[in-house]
Every structure is written in structure tokens, then in C-alpha cells.
Ligand binder design. Structure first.
Ligand SMILES: *[C@@H]1O[C@H](CO)[C@@H](O)[C@H](O)[C@H]1NC(C)=O
Ligand SMILES: *[C@@H]1O[C@H](CO)[C@@H](O)[C@H](O)[C@H]1NC(C)=O
Ligand SMILES: *[C@@H]1O[C@H](CO)[C@@H](O)[C@H](O)[C@H]1NC(C)=O
Length: 466
């Protein structure tokens, strides 16, 4: 199963690290990185689920159920359809004295004890639990230390007597289990007749319910309702388009870029369908994403942006490729599958009107350093010496987002009548004047000093000659 784990993933893509965007996106990044912590289960490899029942013949031959997989500390074998029918017929119909009593079974999640239930839960038929048998000795070894010895309960079991070629539902006492009584004193009392007794060597299996570890949303069909909102823009890359030809030509370029598409499932639209709060697996873009307990996951996307324009002979132009982030809110119907571990999945139910938000770079646009010659003629007519940078496409919904700020800082800086750095121009003039004044002062000072020395020499000469 190809599962993307969001555990080790931060949602900041490389392009966020452009210094321009760091202050703007810092808060957003922090927020994203924090929610990337997941509480998904790590599958317990000591827990095995077998869906084929063990044949009486195998039991007779004393086939060790662990032979197949030496890792299994807890091996659960699911009930066959026939066994389930037989269970319902025996336990859920009034058949005499034992019906008044309550019989318990263990609940396991990921191979660990997660609770206990009564046979009445199963008889109610509200849910369709995955029931299985676990050998008595495995329950003894793995779960007894978690049971309070003072309780007085009866657990449901199944005993197989090889000699009589017979398997019967039975019940045994909590005390027998927690005190680990010797095999020959152990009794499993047959449900209906209450007259048969078995020792532990009569292949006692204990009834358990296997709880799902995760839910998997499959066969997702999106409803027509889509709500798209665009947000900030990201500088994806800078590049140069070059026309080496002697003629003006249409020239194309491309850049590769990658980002993490964020998937945010509104979990309350899922758990409201009578599901436990378990991690979710979500099919998206040909992968199965593991979402954390708040429904957040991500998928790495790498893609290419193509652009092109008409260029004069033997010219180059710098291009900045800008990506537009967008949030797609969508509703979907899906089939929910329960995942129990060990590759065992089961259809559970259908959900309607689940809600999910995809945050991704939706489009990319090139921004050229200089307009192309055709556009230049037009723009000089209408706006003498207009923007040196020209936007080839305007994205929708671009109203006062970060990009607007970025526009002002980066692009309008080069927009005043062909001065490369017009913001520096007045400072240049003032600086030049200051330097000139300083130089003038120095020169005047030097000239004065020089003339004083000359005066002294003259005086000395005059004195000596006198
Ligand atoms: C997927 O869902 C559609 C509509 O809910 C249903 O008709 C179809 O049978 C489902 N496919 C599978 C493979 O479950
Ligand atoms: C689309 O989403 C925005 C923000 O989440 C919300 O304000 C708006 O009402 C939604 N539009 C529709 C048609 O649901
Ligand atoms: C999630 O879905 C529920 C139920 O439809 C809705 O009330 C809630 O506003 C949604 N939450 C978000 C964050 O969209």
C-alpha cells in the first residue's frame, strides 16, 4: 500500500524561502509546519489476522498456527460466515438459563487490548464488528496483566474437541484466566447445554472484536460545487529567454517547480457519520495520503510551467515566473473502508457531503523585464516610458494581496523613465554636491597653506638678506 506519511513533511516548499517572502509568509509557514504532526498508528507487526479458518484436520495434526509467520505474538482468525450465523443463533435467541447472563469478549486495536464488549452488542446488530478467535494461551500471555483479578465475568470462547470432531461455543470464567489455573482444572462450559467441560488442551479460542486502525476514503466522487479563492503569489524561478536568431521570432521557455499540495479534510464532516476519530487515508492524485487527526496531509507535486513570447532578433529578456496559490473547497461522496491492520480492509459505509480543501499553486505567469517590441509601441503611445516590467497575464482575484506589495517593492522600483534605480537618483545628486563641496574646501585649504609657506620663505629670505 502506497501511503504518504505527513509525519516527516513540512509544508513549506523551496520557493517560500526566497528572502522577499520570508517576512510575509513566516506566520503562515509556522502554522503549516505545526499541523504537520500526525498521530497515525504505527502498525503492530506482532499482530496477525488470518481469514482462513483452521481445519479440524490441521488441529488434529497439531499444526502450529504460528508456523507461517514467526513474528505473530497475537494471531486472530476471523469468524467464517457460518460461524457468525451459528453465533447469532446460539447467543441471540432465548435458549434457556444462560440467556439472562452477560458474556464478554475482548476488543483489540492494532493487536492491543482496547476494551471489552458484551454479546448483546453483537446481537443488537447496530454495527457489523469484525469478530475473530484468538488462541487462549495468547490471551493469557498478552492481555491478562491488564485485567483486574477481582472482576467476576464470563468470556465467550470456542472449544474444539478433536476426538469428537466437534466445535462448540462455550464460556469460561475471568478467574480461570487471571489466576492461570492449570490446564486440567480449566473449564469452558458449552453455551446451550451447560454440561460439557473441556480442559485447555481442547483448543480453546477466545472471541475478540478487531477494531479498525484507520479509515480509508475510496471511490471519491466530487460534487459540482467548488469554491475557489486565490491568495498570495510565490516567485517560482527566474530565467532568461534568448532569441539567438537574425529574425524576430516567437520563443518559448519553461521552468520546473515543485511544491507540497496541502489537503485539509474537514474531519467533522467525516466523523459525524458515526465513525471513531481515527487517522484517515485519503485517495488523491493517484496516491493514498495519510491524514493526521485534524485531517491534514500533503502530497508533493512537481510540474512545469511553459511560457513564450515574440522576441526581436538577438535579444534576451529576464523572466520571473510567478505562481498563484489557490484554495479549492470541494464536497465529495466516498466509500469508507475500515483498515484493521495486516492488510485487512472492509467496506463500512458511504459518506455524503464530506468537505475538503486543496491548497496548491494553480497557475504560473511569466513577468518579463521588458515589454516585447509590439507592446512597446502601444504602451509608449499611451503611457510615455511606462512600466519596464510588463505583466503578460493578469490572474483573477488579485486585489490587495501580498503580490501587490511585492509589485510595489520590486517592480515599480524600475519604472521611472528609464533610470535603472530612480530611487537613488536624488541621493546621487546630493552626494555629488557634497563631495564637490568637500573637495573644494580641501583644495582651498591646501592653496592657503601653500601660500603661507611661501610667505614664510620670503620673510626668511628678507630677514637673512637684511
Ligand atoms: C463508486 O461510487 C459510485 C457512486 O457512488 C458507484 O456507482 C460505484 O459503484 C462505486 N465504485 C466502486 C468501485 O465502489
Ligand atoms: C466560498 O468561500 C468563501 C471563503 O471560504 C466564503 O466566504 C464564500 O461564502 C464561499 N462561497 C460560496 C458560494 O459558498
Ligand atoms: C466543517 O464542516 C462542518 C459541518 O459541515 C461546518 O459546520 C464547519 O464550519 C466546517 N469547518 C470548516 C473549517 O470549514
Amino acid at each position: 500500500m502506497a501511503v504518504y506519511r505527513s509525519k516527516t513533511r513540512s509544508f513549506g516548499s523551496v520557493s517560500f524561502c526566497s528572502p522577499i517572502f520570508v517576512p510575509i509568509l513566516f506566520l503562515l509557514l509556522v502554522q503549516w509546519c505545526c499541523v504537520a504532526v500526525t498521530t497515525a498508528y504505527e502498525e503492530n507487526d506482532k499482530f496477525c489476522i488470518r481469514t482462513q479458518p483452521m481445519l479440524l484436520a490441521d488441529i488434529e495434526k497439531h499444526v502450529n498456527p504460528l508456523d507461517g509467520d514467526p513474528n505473530c505474538k497475537v494471531l486472530a482468525t476471523t469468524l467464517t460466515v457460518k460461524e457468525k450465523e451459528s453465533f447469532l443463533a446460539t447467543m441471540c435467541k432465548d435458549h434457556g438459563t444462560s440467556y439472562k447472563d452477560t458474556y464478554y469478549f475482548f476488543k483489540l486495536r492494532n493487536g492491543e487490548l482496547s476494551g471489552r464488549g458484551t454479546h448483546k452488542e453483537i446481537c443488537d446488530g447496530m454495527r457489523n464488528p469484525l469478530l475473530a478467535w484468538v488462541p487462549y494461551n495468547m490471551v493469557l500471555e498478552n492481555f491478562v496483566q491488564e485485567l483486574n483479578p477481582k472482576e467476576q465475568l464470563s468470556y465467550i470462547g470456542k472449544a474444539t474437541d478433536v476426538d469428537r470432531e466437534k466445535t462448540e461455543l462455550c464460556h469460561f470464567s475471568h478467574t480461570d484466566l487471571v489466576t492461570n489455573i492449570t490446564a486440567d482444572l480449566f473449564a469452558c462450559i458449552v453455551m446451550i447445554f451447560e454440561d460439557n467441560f473441556y480442559g485447555q488442551d481442547a483448543n480453546i479460542n477466545v472471541l475478540v472484536e478487531i477494531n479498525p486502525i484507520m479509515y480509508e476514503l475510496r471511490n471519491i466522487t466530487y460534487l459540482p460545487w467548488v469554491n475557489v479563492s486565490t491568495s498570495y503569489k510565490t516567485l517560482l524561478d527566474r530565467t532568461v529567454l534568448h532569441n539567438p536568431n537574425r529574425e524576430s521570432k516567437q520563443i518559448y521557455g519553461s521552468i520546473k517547480y515543485g511544491f507540497v499540495e496541502k489537503v485539509h479534510l474537514n474531519v467533522s464532516t467525516i466523523y459525524s457519520h458515526n465513525l471513531d476519530r481515527l487517522p484517515l487515508l485519503f485517495e488523491h492524485a493517484g496516491a493514498v495520503l495519510e491524514l493526521n487527526d485534524v485531517g491534514v496531509g500533503g502530497v508533493e507535486v512537481s510540474t512545469k510551467a511553459y511560457f513564450g513570447r515574440f522576441m526581436d532578433a538577438r535579444t534576451s529578456v529576464n523572466v520571473e515566473v510567478i505562481g498563484q496559490w489557490a484554495e479549492h473547497h470541494q464536497q465529495f461522496n466516498a466509500d469508507v473502508f475500515e483498515y484493521f491492520g495486516y492488510g485487512i480492509k472492509r467496506y463500512r459505509n458511504e459518506i455524503h457531503h464530506g468537505e475538503v480543501t486543496f491548497t496548491r499553486i494553480e497557475s504560473a505567469e511569466p513577468v518579463y523585464e521588458t515589454p516585447d517590441s509590439k507592446h512597446l509601441a502601444a504602451s509608449t503611445l499611451h503611457n510615455m516610458g511606462g512600466n519596464k516590467f510588463e505583466r503578460m497575464e493578469m490572474a483573477d482575484g488579485e486585489n490587495g494581496t501580498q503580490m501587490a506589495d511585492w509589485d510595489d517593492e520590486e517592480l515599480s522600483g524600475s519604472s521611472h523613465d528609464g533610470h535603472p534605480y530612480p530611487g537613488f537618483y536624488p541621493w546621487f545628486v546630493v552626494g555629488t554636491i557634497v563631495v564637490a563641496v568637500v573637495l573644494l574646501t580641501v583644495v582651498i585649504g591646501m592653496v592657503r597653506a601653500w601660500s603661507k609657506i611661501e610667505e614664510k620663505k620670503l620673510y626668511k629670505l628678507a630677514a637673512s638678506s637684511a
